[in-house]
Design a binder for this molecule. Structure first.
Ligand code: ADP
Length: 247
């Protein structure tokens, strides 16, 4: 079967330093795949190579079989490769339902059609609410100012905004980072309930989240793939344990 997302020999050098070294990955359609690794392993660099924020020094990136290595970020988003992004850069004074509505309108190209009947925007607002509801937002949270939301909810809003772009492949970049323990369960539940037709690559430090979510795990160490397999096999892998014990 054709992979939804694949890399072949992906490599990135910074001067004489190899941050990502010959990484080959294949995610099947609908995969729940996680990339883990200690600090400095190359996870962020890999995400940037996948989205097109960075150019590889060598190797290829394929989306649904199409070679997108030479394509810029926006062209990859158009091909439904979407990553979550930091909410602090967005509109803290908008409510989640306003922000998701805007993202949906933007995706449909409706923001430029100001003459469009208000009723059409009402349908989009309903879609925004349904999307937030699927991530377990309460009606009150949907209407609150984003700034006033609990941090875990703000991280879930990032996922909602990414989902508004109707991704085929979703890159979740540390959705539980900075989330207090009491709220991390909500993040796990939301991530576990993501639509099954969306292929998900999770980059995450929280091992609990990774092992509950992922069906396949790739372990990076010093830029290279140290191990890849089912969670049970990764948990038993002596080399993986060694890398993490050293942290
Ligand atoms: P991780 O996300 O797994 O912590 P990174 O991808 O951020 O790892 O970094 C991998 C390595 O590449 C680190 O040693 C880091 O210092 C180095 N690195 C990342 N970006 C750059 C850059 N722009 N210039 C030089 N070195 C970089």
């Amino acid at each position: 079967m054709m992979a939804a997302l694949a890399t072949e020999g992906l490599t990135r050098d910074f001067g004489g330093f190899r941050a990502v070294a010959d990484v080959t990955l294949a995610l099947a359609q609908g995969a729940r795949h996680a990339v883990i690794g200690p600090n400095g392993a190359g996870k962020t660099t890999l995400v940037n190579l996948l989205t097109g924020a960075l150019r590889p020094s060598a190797g290829r990136v394929r989306l649904g079989g199409e070679d997108v290595t030479a394509l810029p970020q926006h062209a990859r988003v158009k091909r439904s490769l979407v990553r979550t992004f930091q909410i602090n850069q967005l509109f803290p004074d908008l409510s989640p339902e306003e922000a998701v509505t805007l993202a949906l309108l933007e995706r449909e190209g409706l923001t430029t059609r100001w003459w469009r009947p208000v009723a059409a925007h009402g349908a989009v607002l309903a879609e925004a609410r349904a999307l937030l509801d699927s991530l377990r937002f309460t009606p009150a949270e949907m209407r609150a100012g984003t700034r006033s939301l609990a941090y875990g909810r703000q991280r879930l809003l990032e996922i909602a905004l990414a989902l508004a772009l109707k991704p085929r492949v979703l890159l979740l970049d540390e959705p539980a980072a900075g989330v207090p323990p009491g709220e991390s369960r909500a993040v796990l539940e939301a991530v576990a309930a993501l639509p099954r037709d969306v292929t998900v690559l999770l980059i995450e430090h929280d091992m609990d989240l990774v092992f509950r979510f992922a069906e396949r795990i790739t372990v990076l160490a010093q830029g290279a793939v140290l191990a890849e397999g089912a969670p049970e096999a990764i948990a038993r892998d002596a080399r993986v344990r060694e890398v993490y014990l050293g942290e």
